[in-house]
Design a protein around this ligand. Structure first.
Ligand code: HEM
Ligand SMILES: *[C@@H]1O[C@H](CO)[C@@H](O)[C@H](O)[C@H]1NC(C)=O
Ligand SMILES: *[C@@H]1O[C@H](CO)[C@@H](O)[C@H](O)[C@H]1NC(C)=O
Ligand SMILES: *[C@@H]1O[C@H](CO)[C@@H](O)[C@H](O)[C@H]1NC(C)=O
Ligand SMILES: *[C@@H]1O[C@H](CO)[C@@H](O)[C@H](O)[C@H]1NC(C)=O
Length: 467
């Protein structure tokens, strides 16, 4: 049941691009009259301007574990400073500090990303915009993914994609689960449903994502340039859909979030494309990786696996004859929800969060650690059934459990992600049994993954089997 999770703390790394004021931030300024320490956290300055940027890029781009951050943390502690892209940066691998930063979005900190990143994900997208515009786009995103929409649109669409994806595997086939493209987001957002179209968009999008974590050189041959081109192609696809929608006027069935967005909201055309691209960017990797990690944790925890399967089988027998699960079925999966929460806690894939300090602030450390979660590095879904964890578990507002962030930038796709993960677990567990073929371990850098891709052998499960 115990996982080798020595790198776990890395999951909540937050990069803070610092301003000069930032110095005082970590110096934990006392109340009036006390002297401000006014210095940056320990760290090194490196070369002027270039600083640690090269090391940073190497770390981000390489497929090796997060050496740079590991080295720095070993040397300077979980909150350290370095020089990135001509600015002082404070890098924090301290979850409680990160949470504090998130809670103060727009007040003490604001979301901050390099220009190259903004150019790529779009200047009209919710991830990079600020203030009034962010609130508006955030509201639309929340609206497009609220429970009502999940019940009436997403629930069935997700299951169709899931059945289609799983039908591609043969009995006894060995797969790398990490590389299995479950193109839920492409289908859900763009409303494309033919396999060829989904694959084309998925390919473009994967080029696009690669560019987001690469050196921003806009010259042919560099990943960033390829990503820029992919972006143009994605936008022109979206533009075509907008055009068709304009001409036909009436809503077309199965047009996904894009279709509903055009129907219900009145965003300018260029904002529509950025909006969709932002959702794809924020929603794909996070959700797919959580599914992967859940299967990984379960494989190493047979007791949880058994209990989850029992629950999923009983859900099946309740909706006898129906091919698709209903919303009631989804609501009758308490243990599955525990597994999802535990996977989010332990494998938490906080995307790279960047914040800029707006003013001098005071910070009081409250640690998220062994004192809060007994056996914190163990996969233990039953912990979420303990009464003492009931409060903690509230992922919308808990200070100790915030897999979806918090405050003004709280993840608008949280409920959707949970639905997708639960349905994936349902179909995967009730359709297949599997054995792990190759040793594996988690790494959180440059993004969360299993280093060997999680190689497993799949066998079709027969329904009379009970495990
Ligand atoms: C397990 C899956 C997911 C996790 C762990 C996750 C986590 C997060 C976190 C931590 C944030 C806050 C970022 C910040 O503070 O800067 C965030 C924001 C966001 N998420 Fe998710 N997310 C997931 C799935 C999704 C899905 C499925 C969608 C939608 C398709 C989505 C859309 C967004 C958007 C648009 C934002 C930006 C909100 C804003 O800046 O106003 N996420 N997510
Ligand atoms: C856990 O992982 C670390 C590095 O990733 C490795 O040095 C260590 O030997 C591993 N421990 C076990 C018990 O596998
Ligand atoms: C979504 O994320 C998964 C996991 O990182 C990746 O394999 C896949 O290519 C991504 N899909 C798209 C459309 O980007
Ligand atoms: C990058 O290059 C492409 C094509 O060469 C161009 O269309 C685009 O505007 C450039 N983007 C930036 C941010 O320079
Ligand atoms: C898509 O449409 C927007 C708004 O009409 C326009 O500004 C943009 O140039 C178009 N992009 C492509 C690639 O067609």
């Amino acid at each position: 049941m115990t996982e080798n999770t020595s790198e776990l703390w890395l999951c909540t790394i937050t990069i803070l691009l610092a301003t000069a004021i930032f110095a005082k931030l970590i110096g934990i300024k006392g109340s009036k009259g006390e002297k401000s320490t006014g210095r940056l956290p320990p760290g090194r300055r490196g070369w002027p301007l270039i600083g640690d940027s090269i090391n940073w890029y190497n770390a981000v781009a390489s497929c090796h574990p997060p050496q740079f951050v590991e080295e720095m943390v070993e040397r300077y502690g979980k909150i350290f400073s370095c020089s990135l892209f001509g600015k002082w940066a404070v890098v924090s691998a301290d979850p409680s500090f990160n949470r504090f930063v998130m809670q103060n979005e727009g007040k003490l900190f604001k979301s901050s990303y390099p220009k190259s990143f903004r150019d790529l994900v779009g200047k009209n997208g919710v991830i990079t915009v600020q203030g009034e515009q962010q609130r508006k786009l955030h509201g639309i995103a929340s609206n497009m993914m609220r429970l009502e929409k999940l019940k009436f649109h997403f629930l069935n669409d997700i299951q169709k994609v899931m059945l289609q994806t799983l039908s591609n595997f043969e009995d006894n086939q060995v797969i790398l689960l990490q590389n299995v493209a479950i193109n839920l987001m492409v289908n859900q957002l763009l409303g494309v449903s033919s396999e060829a179209e989904i694959n084309e968009m998925a390919h473009l999008f994967s080029d696009f994502v690669d560019g987001c974590l690469s050196v921003p050189i806009n010259i042919s041959g560099f990943a960033y340039h390829t990503a820029m081109q992919a972006r143009e192609k994605i936008i022109s696809k979206i533009n075509k859909t907008i055009e068709v929608h304009r001409q036909q006027g009436a809503p077309i069935a199965g047009t996904g979030v894009l279709g509903r967005l055009l129907e219900e909201e009145s965003l300018p055309d260029e904002a529509v494309a950025d909006f969709i691209i932002n959702l794809l960017f924020a929603g794909n990797e996070t959700t797919t990786k959580t599914m992967l990690f859940a299967v990984y944790f379960l494989t190493h925890c047979p007791r949880a696996m058994k209990q989850l399967l029992e629950e999923q089988d009983s859900v099946r027998s309740n909706s006898e004859g129906e091919e698709m699960l209903t919303w009631q079925d989804y609501k009758a999966m308490p243990f599955t929800q525990c597994v999802i929460d535990e996977t989010l806690r332990l494998g938490g894939i906080a995307i790279w969060l960047m914040r800029e300090a707006k003013e001098d602030i005071k910070y009081q450390a409250v640690h998220l650690d062994e004192n809060i979660y007994k056996g914190a590095l163990e996969f233990n879904p039953w912990r979420w059934m303990e009464p003492e964890n009931e409060e903690k578990r509230n992922w919308r507002s808990s200070p100790f459990f915030a897999p979806f962030g918090g405050g003004a930038r709280f993840c608008p796709g949280a409920e959707l992600a949970r639905l997708q993960i639960a349905l994936f677990l349902h179909y995967f567990l009730t359709t297949y049994r599997w054995t792990q073929v190759k040793e594996d371990r988690m790494s959180f850098f440059p993004s969360a993954r299993l280093v060997n891709g999680f190689q497993i052998r799949l066998n079709k499960r027969h329904h009379q089997q009970t495990n």
